[in-house]
Design a protein around this ligand. Structure first.
Ligand code: PLP
Length: 396
């Protein structure tokens, strides 16, 4: 028996279901040809970053003093970069934020960890809505907190407010929301957000301490048909935003994002210090210099995300025609249909027999569903439709 941290050993040893599917896909591709495997498992953007990303990177590389460029930035990120972000956010949301409200991080993953480690003491509870990004559980537990799961509203994938009210206790320190949502694609309406804010306000008062809302927003820009994503600090003051360019600029490998602690947060200086202290403790300081600068310069751009809406329309219409029950996504590049049998793992296994790689919902805390990541070339969706149909025919 080693004397290592067994929890970490376990985390490092277990392969996620998504990784398993990915490996299976590679094996099948070698057997039957990549064009015959319909891999909808991973949320890796399928469109390239916009031209401004490479252009800006090249310009910086050729024009900027290399000692400065490749040197450490401030722990919380370059001040000029953060000022540019403040300007961009202020223009979009009518706010008056400053550079010092931002903390640069390596993607949303690190941003979330900085928030959770900064806010939580051992034993605090963090409320998470199903269906959820599975790493929330890992991040909350890693911060010493106890994840408390609110079961999904499986009709509209908004919030089951009765279940939410029951989940809140005097130990609740934070609530994580993710809209547009991975895996359902749902976008919370302004009514949902208003009700959420009212309950949080009421309970913060009743418990005598703030309940923080952590709004995880890596899909903020990826919305369809003009769907509006409410800006959370307008509704609830004690909001921290976790943002990332992994999806909007198609840069998941560059690991760039930020935490925004808006000035309306109670005891702002303490909360920002806690986020920065968590960054220090976790080693998430000085996010990569080149891509801090690139992302700040391209913050008002996105990659050509129109293909995701094309894919959503094609897949949604086709699946519904075949008899699948699917809630229409308002954004992201995921859809979360009901599995055609109660056991979503068994259903995803059956799908594999048709070379369809889709992820069981139980890993997202929402059994009875499967996640389809449609950030793929449209022609892969077209070619996969007979496989979805053959799968449906096994049940109808
Ligand atoms: N939050 C959600 C909801 C996600 O879907 C992801 C990645 O897929 C992340 C956070 C992590 O994003 P990043 O790659 O920026 O760390």
């Amino acid at each position: 028996m080693s004397n290592l941290n067994e929890k970490m050993v376990a985390l490092g040893t277990q392969r996620s279901v998504i990784r398993e599917l990915f490996e299976f896909g590679k094996m099948r591709a070698a057997e039957i040809g990549a064009e015959n495997v319909f891999d909808f498992s991973i949320g890796n953007p399928s469109v390239p970053a916009p031209a401004c990303v490479n252009e800006t990177a090249q310009k910086i590389l050729s024009e900027m003093d290399p000692v400065l460029l490749h040197g450490y930035t401030s722990a919380q990120g370059d001040a000029g970069v953060r000022a540019m972000l403040a300007t961009s956010v202020n223009q979009r949301f009518g706010t008056d934020y400053k550079a010092d409200h931002f903390y640069m991080s390596v993607g949303a993953a690190a941003a979330l960890c900085c928030c959770l480690h900064g806010l939580c003491n051992a034993g605090d509870e963090v409320v998470i809505f199903a269906p959820y990004f599975p790493e929330y559980i890992v991040f909350a537990e890693g911060a010493g907190a106890k994840p408390v799961i609110v079961p999904a509203d499986t009709e509209a994938f908004q919030i089951d407010f009765d279940a939410f009210s029951k989940a809140l206790t005097p130990s609740t320190k934070a609530v994580i929301i993710n809209s547009p949502n991975n895996p359902s694609g749902a976008v919370y309406s302004s009514e949902t957000v208003r009700r959420l804010a009212d309950i949080l306000q009421e309970r913060s008062k009743a418990y005598g301490h703030p309940i923080y809302l952590i709004s995880d927003e890596p899909y903020r820009e990826i919305v369809f048909s003009g769907t509006k994503v409410p800006f959370l600090p307008d509704y609830y003051a004690n909001t921290l935003i976790s943002y990332s360019w992994s999806k909007s600029l198609s840069l998941p490998g560059e690991r760039m994002g930020y935490v925004l602690v808006p000035p309306c947060v109670d005891d702002w200086a303490q909360v920002y210090a806690a986020v920065a202290g968590a960054g220090r403790c976790l080693g998430y300081v000085n996010a990569p210099s080149l891509f801090q600068r690139v992302c700040a310069a391209c913050a008002d751009e996105t990659s050509d995300i129109s293909v995701y809406e094309t894919n959503k329309n094609l897949l949604l219409g086709s699946l519904r025609d075949m008899g699948y029950h699917v809630t229409e996504p308002g954004g992201t590049f995921y859809m979360f249909p009901r599995s055609l049998e109660a056991d979503d793992v068994a259903f995803a296994e059956r799908a594999k027999a048709h070379n369809l790689l889709i992820v069981p919902g139980c890993g997202f805390g929402c059994p009875g569903h499967v996640r389809i990541s449609y950030c793929v070339p449209t022609e892969r969706i077209e070619r996969s439709l007979p496989a979805f149909e053959a799968l449906a025919k096994e049940y109808f």
